[in-house]
Design a protein around this ligand. Structure first.
Ligand SMILES: [Zn+2]
Length: 123
């Protein structure tokens, strides 16, 4: 089953809104993280020498948000390529309900559960 143009447009809009939301979250998380680093360095009177390293690899919250943004970009590309909504693992159409809930998803629920190692958790 192919997604019709109307649905594709709707999904693209959702993805763009989500992208904005995640960008704002990322900006805020970066601010918070910078403040935490400043506070920590002040407390320990440590030099800011490896500041950039810590900024990029040090914080899971930032990494998760960056990963989400990348996934959203990839999903938008898949819409353009006409392969959006198809599970990247098994090639099955992902149910519309799941796409609406997690528009940047690239796997159907069974495949996602498999890759999470939660076999049998599918209801
Ligand atoms: Zn699948």
């Amino acid at each position: 089953m192919e997604l019709d143009e109307e649905t594709k447009k709707r999904i693209k809009r959702m993805l763009m809104e989500k992208r904005k939301e995640f960008e704002e979250k990322l900006a805020k998380a970066r601010e918070t993280f910078n403040e935490e680093i400043r506070a920590r360095d002040k407390a320990t009177k440590k030099h800011l020498g490896d500041y950039n390293n810590r900024f990029y690899i040090g914080d899971d919250r930032l990494n998760t948000l960056i990963k989400c943004l990348r996934k959203i970009d990839e999903a938008m590309e898949r819409v353009d390529q006409g392969i959006y909504g198809i599970c990247q693992k098994c090639g099955q159409q992902i149910p519309l309900g799941r796409l609406m809930a997690v528009p940047w998803t690239e796997h159907c629920v069974p495949c996602k559960n498999l890759s999470n190692g939660r076999v049998g958790a599918v209801s």
